[in-house]
Design a protein around this ligand. Structure first.
Ligand code: IMP
Length: 424
């Protein structure tokens, strides 16, 4: 399959990194197309652990071209520290390219992210505090600073002064915060531009040419479907499109170039940040899943909320992304926790049943999950490598997820290592 997309189907942290690593090892080009350093995943290779936020996962393969598309928002300071860390550990970044159209996260974006969250009081979104929302706001307001501006000192100074002045007004007059020192920012960002200039290249052209040459391309999604600005649990979402459609726009290629779209889900559900979560488990079972599954954020270290698998959510993801296959991760985490439940629909207080994920959060908050019970399993499944190696109950659980989500399960994760994956 020459062009594959990997997408998160729930609220993020589905273990996309592992699926991405497996597919990246078979790809010649790896592309990031949205989000920024709000994303985070851990790659273990050659006994070494790498924590990546912006750098595409193909970086550990010296021959692989790693591309950051126009739809990404790039924090140059964080990005450079990731590059430094890679080079310090002997990983070459020579094959890494950033699109000139990618927007740059400026210090006022980070400051405004914190101030607006504080201003919302108890109604905060629970953002990662990385300035992602404010950077996308400026992009759509058409006053953003892009990669091609960062590398041009005169343009950077002019745009930073114009936008910075406005942002400082908002920071001080609206939020009563502390103004950003614009001239110091220009100096600091000039140095970043100088450092990043060799990495700038047209990612739309590079991806198109690679596809024409028959190269295998992996588009690695960041965040997930329920964090999509349109099809997620608005407003408790991120500010980009972590959908398959977002990949084509954020890279600058046409949808017909994509051959295969894989959605990643956990065998249960987690989320960080705020917002309704119909199958949430605020009990000992939820706590056990959190501890057994190591459910703490890679970027912020926050404990993740945990709950049963929600087929309404994943079916929504199958539809909005046009998924060809599902990878179900962390099935091993469910071993020994007792009987299992799968959410097959929602019921509203007036008794109305919902089959599809609602648009309104108020409606969602009122929904109670309708569960199907499943016998649990105690067996250690971490050494299973074929579907038929799995205990009968696990096989039935996966087959039921397939029926409910209306999508075939092409991979089942049974442990954290790259080889602990059953491919069907
Ligand atoms: P932001 O993207 O920092 O604006 O955060 C908005 C929402 O998306 C918050 O609920 C975050 O916790 C969530 N979020 C952003 N990036 C990720 C991710 O990579 N994994 C899981 N949640 C994320």
């Amino acid at each position: 399959m020459p062009a594959n997309i990997v997408i998160g189907t729930q609220w993020g942290d589905e273990g996309k990194g592992k699926v991405i690593d497996i597919l990246a090892s078979r790809a010649q080009v790896v592309v990031r197309s949205q989000g920024g350093n709000n994303a985070g995943h851990t790659v273990v290779s050659g006994g070494q652990t790498y924590k990546l936020h912006l750098v595409p996962s193909g970086i550990l393969y010296p021959e692989t071209m790693c591309l950051i598309g126009a739809g990404v928002v790039l924090d140059p300071k964080d990005f450079i520290s990731e590059l430094d860390e890679m080079e310090r550990r002997g990983v070459s970044t020579a094959n890494l390219k950033i699109d000139p159209r990618a927007h740059i996260v400026m210090p006022w974006h980070v400051r405004l992210d914190g101030l607006s969250e504080k201003f919302r009081g108890g109604n905060d979104i629970g953002t990662t505090g990385r300035g992602i929302g404010p950077t996308y706001m400026d992009k759509y307001e058409r006053c953003g600073i892009r990669m091609c501006d960062l590398v041009d000192p005169a343009v950077l100074a002019e745009k930073a002064r114009a936008t910075g002045r406005l942002k400082n007004k908002i920071i001080t007059a609206v939020y009563e915060g502390e103004a950003v020192d614009i001239e110091a920012v220009i100096k600091e960002y000039n140095a970043y531009g100088e450092r990043l200039k060799p990495y700038m290249a047209d990612v739309s052209v590079l991806t198109y040419e690679a596809a024409k040459a028959g190269k295998t391309i992996l588009f690695e999604g960041a965040q997930a479907t329920l964090l999509d600005i349109d099809f997620g649990t608005y407003p408790f979402v991120t500010s980009s499109h972590p959908l398959s459609g977002g990949v084509t726009i954020g890279t600058g290629i046409g949808p017909k170039m994509i051959d295969n779209i894989i959605g990643v889900a956990k065998a249960y559900t987690t989320r960080v940040g705020k917002g309704p979560f119909p199958t949430e488990l605020n009990d000992a079972t939820g706590e056990t899943i959190r501890n057994k599954g190591g459910e703490f954020g890679t970027t912020t270290g926050r404990p993740r909320r945990t709950g049963w698998f929600d087929a309404v959510i994943v079916r929504h993801s199958v539809r909005v992304n046009g998924l060809d296959g599902l990878a179900i991760n962390k099935l091993d985490t469910l071993a020994g926790i007792g009987d299992l439940k799968i959410c097959v629909g929602y019921v509203k207080p007036d008794g109305t049943q919902l089959r599809d994920f609602p648009a309104s959060l108020e409606e969602l908050a009122d929904c109670a999950p309708v569960y199907e019970d499943f016998p649990g399993f105690d067996d250690d499944i971490t050494a299973c490598r074929r579907f038929s190696d799995l205990p009968e109950t696990c096989q039935r659980y996966i087959e039921r997820l397939e029926e409910l989500c209306e999508c075939k399960v092409c991979m089942v994760g049974v442990g954290p290592d790259r080889d602990q994956m059953i491919e069907r």
